[in-house]
Ligand binder design. Structure first.
Ligand code: BGC
Length: 346
């Protein structure tokens, strides 16, 4: 049974979207016949959204990474003529970030893209927003058990595996490596898992000497990397999975006078990291696609908010959503050969 929307007002569209999301969140089709994904497309002109506000919610909002994601979010918002706001906590603190997210939900914006600093802790707030008819997508860090509509972000395990392949190729399959990382953040834990698993499975000649926890603390990263280099002067590569880890590792390598022996592979394409590639203190970085995450998060949210597409009933149970349930935004290896094109910070 094909069911198309008739001529509708903005109000009706919004109401039908909220009802659909709620039906999906309750896991049932209510009294109406269940709607499949191909019946979820609105064929009429979308409702005017120009008075709508869409939020991107992050944590530790000063990270250069969020600025790059938000640029994509803003670009899509500008194309649609809607307002876009960057919200979230200013510190790296779970309670503060949860409160900031709750405050955004309470404002009832037209849509929210959120990075879930802790997947479990964010889920009830995401579900509350969905039940209130606010479309929510996750970016950067998913909350897969929540009722979020989609996740748009890096496949972090593969990103770590890419780093392993790059380093192993440079070393011809033989050598010693270490990593500096934040062991308390799920997406970054996945990076290390992909890195270690790949080396263990495919490159038996490469030894992982140590994986150091730096949290999000540059001093800890530098101090712990210094101790590592004091006891192991023969490390060929350090994988630094965050900007903080990379700054700490660079300091330690320079201070130990090991720049010719120990190379660094970092993550992300902020200006500081790209400059370090230019200067030779970082050999390569694994670029995520922050603009892509922000842009497509906004596109998804706009489509739902404008009633252009609604959620298929029961999609989580049936595994057949109207939008991709997860979208891998991809990674690239950035070295001295190609780093110039990755400068996008203004
Ligand atoms: C990660 C974010 C993280 C940020 C910190 C990015 O690589 O994807 O989750 O918070 O780095 O610099």
């Amino acid at each position: 049974m094909k069911k198309y929307f008739k001529r509708v007002t903005a109000l009706l569209l919004a109401a039908s979207m909220a009802a659909s999301i709620m039906a999906c969140s309750k896991g049932g089709g209510g009294s109406e016949a269940a709607k499949s994904p191909d019946e979820a497309v609105q064929t009429e002109q979308a409702a005017d959204q120009s008075d709508k506000e869409f939020y991107m919610v992050a944590f530790n909002s000063g990270y250069p990474y969020w600025k790059q994601v938000f640029r994509g979010f803003e670009d899509a918002g500008r194309q649609y003529g809607v307002k876009t706001v960057l919200g979230g906590s200013t510190k790296y603190d779970l309670n503060e970030s949860l409160t900031a997210f709750e405050q955004v939900v309470a404002m009832k914006p037209a849509g929210i893209a959120v990075t879930a600093m802790d997947a479990e802790a964010y889920a009830p707030i995401i579900d509350k927003a969905i039940e209130a008819g606010i479309p929510v997508v996750t970016f950067d860090i998913d909350s897969p058990k929540s009722k979020r509509i989609s996740y748009i972000g890096t496949e972090n395990y593969d990103a770590g595996a890419n780093a392993a392949h790059y380093i192993a190729e440079q070393l011809g399959g033989q050598g010693k490596v270490a990593a500096v990382t934040n062991k308390g953040q799920a997406n970054i834990v996945e990076r290390i898992k992909g890195f270690e698993d790949t080396l263990a499975a495919e490159y038996p000649g490469i030894e992982v000497v140590q994986v150091i926890d730096s949290g999000e603390d540059e001093t800890a990263a530098a101090n712990n990397a210094s101790s590592l280099l004091t006891s192991h002067k023969d490390i060929d590569y350090i994988l630094a999975t965050t900007v903080i880890a990379s700054s700490g590792a660079q300091q330690a390598v320079t201070e130990a006078g090991l720049a010719d022996q120990t190379k660094i592979v970092a993550f992300d394409i902020d200006t500081v990291t790209l400059d370090a590639i230019g200067a030779g203190t970082v050999e390569a970085t694994i670029s995520q696609a922050p603009w892509v995450q922000g842009y497509w998060s906004m596109v998804y949210l706009y489509h739902i908010s404008a009633g252009m597409i609604t959620s298929a009933d029961n999609w989580q149970e049936n595994g057949y959503p109207s939008l991709p349930a997860t979208a891998d935004s991809g990674t690239a290896i950035v070295t001295k050969d190609n780093y110039q094109i990755f400068y996008t910070d203004k």
